[in-house]
Design a protein around this ligand. Structure first.
Ligand code: GLU
Length: 414
């Protein structure tokens, strides 16, 4: 169980960064609160004919820099507090990467594994209808997150389009390609995390060929991170998912592992030594990529972490207490708002393509994403050196300063 609530976690991170960045107190007061949070009831008819009412949320954390952007997650643990925290992280992330967006997040408390395709379709469509007043290509643009994917985005797009009377591909990103989804969007978050890991390895003057990797979570982010890292020469020696962990000190044949997961849904049954999932964090590897949920590395397991580098594929996988322990130990952590920003970067490209009515080639998308990530990595690296702080605080300082400048020009309405 996490020791810190996720809301406390974002507040602690913000306050620490605000002190180092010397933020204007009025701006800090504004940015410490979400702009709006909508809670909706989502009633649907289940396959057995009964009606069940789910609770959904959509938070617009801050819209100073443009329409708000962020995923929608379907998970039993979704709460208002979590959605607000995730929307705050989206705000910092979009600013850090210099996208013309504010931050949002949404979710429905549900167990998607227990729902049929038809029930999921109704849930997605009714949720979209309920959040319709705050949705739109110039207002709020959802995307996939934990346990949602291109299929859900297609339903959101269709529902929005039916209710407005015209097809609107710009209202969501991460759509199927046939509906205007960008090439390279699905791979983007995991691929981006691998690119960031490579820059870190270079900054530390190491060689990718000598780097061993453990990845927690083998969903969209973890699997693409594994494939890209293996392609860069690193050895992926441990992976985990909800069924536990497997290790292979020689490095997994990652393509085969991905094919196995694609077919069976889990890593279970793939050749390798089995371990309880939580032991993954204490393995003697060079690089850890937590790519599952929040608060996975906390004050109880942080002392056992042996990796020198952590690249946060998930949002908020390390609690502030654990961050402190890792900092003392000299573990270098690349924060989520940089490490997993590949996804929202390509989401932005998808939105631009929708506005242009034009599809870009995959190589352009990959090159542009890589360029943005590399530039930002080195900005954060240099800022950390200048401010003598960790990469997370450096990233926060850059992100918050950019929002603060926007606020200074726009001013407070009215
Ligand atoms: N859910 C993803 C994230 O946390 C992507 C958001 C987006 O593409 O808008 O970054």
């Amino acid at each position: 169980m996490p020791q810190t609530s996720i809301g406390d976690m974002t507040r602690q991170q913000l306050n620490r960064a605000a002190q180092t960045a010397d933020l204007d107190p009025d701006f800090l007061a504004i940015i410490a609160h979400p702009k709006r949070v909508l809670r909706v009831s989502v009633p649907i008819e289940m396959d057995d004919g009964t009606v069940q009412v789910f609770t959904g949320y959509r938070c617009h954390y801050n819209a100073l820099r443009g329409p708000v952007k962020g995923g929608v997650r379907f998970h039993p643990d979704v709460t208002e507090d979590e959605v607000i925290a995730l929307a705050a992280w989206m705000t910092w992330k979009c600013s850090l990467i210099d996208l013309p967006y504010g931050g949002a997040k949404g979710g429905i408390a549900c167990d998607p594994d227990a729902l049929s395709e038809r029930e999921l379709r109704h849930l997605t469509r009714r949720y979209t209808t309920e959040i319709m007043p705050i949705l739109g290509p110039d207002i709020d643009i959802p995307a996939p997150d934990v346990y949602t994917n291109a299929r859900n985005m297609a339903w959101i797009m269709d529902t929005y389009s039916m209710l407005t009377g015209h097809t609107e591909p710009g209202v969501v990103t991460g759509k199927p390609e046939i509906l205007g989804g960008s090439l390279g969007r699905k791979e983007a978050t995991g691929r981006g995390a691998a690119i960031i890991a490579r820059e870190l390895v270079q900054a530390l003057k190491l060689d990718m060929k000598d780097v061993t990797v453990a990845i927690q979570g083998f969903g969209n982010v973890g699997s693409y991170a594994a494939c890209t890292l293996a392609g860069m020469g690193a050895r992926v020696v441990a992976v985990s998912d909800k069924t536990g962990a497997i290790t292979d000190e020689n490095g997994f044949p990652v393509e085969d592992l991905c094919a196995h997961v694609e077919e069976s849904g889990t890593i279970d049954g793939f050749p390798g030594a089995r371990l309880p999932g939580e032991e993954l964090f204490s393995l003697d590897v060079d690089l850890l990529v937590p790519a599952a949920l929040e608060c996975q590395i906390h004050k109880n397991n942080a002392p056992h972490v042996r990796a020198k580098m952590i690249v946060e594929g998930a949002n908020g996988p390390i609690t502030p207490e654990a961050d402190h322990i890792l900092e003392e130990k000299g573990t270098i952590v690349v924060p989520d708002i940089l490490a997993n920003a590949g996804g929202v970067i390509v989401s932005y490209f998808e939105w631009v393509q929708a506005r242009q009515g034009m599809a870009w080639p995959l190589e352009d998308i990959r090159a542009r994403m890589e360029g943005r990530l590399k530039t930002t990595f080195w900005e954060v690296w240099d800022e950390a050196a200048t401010c003598k702080t960790c990469l997370r605080m450096a990233a926060y300082i850059l992100a918050l300063k950019r929002i603060e400048q926007t606020y200074m020009f726009r001013g407070l309405f009215p």
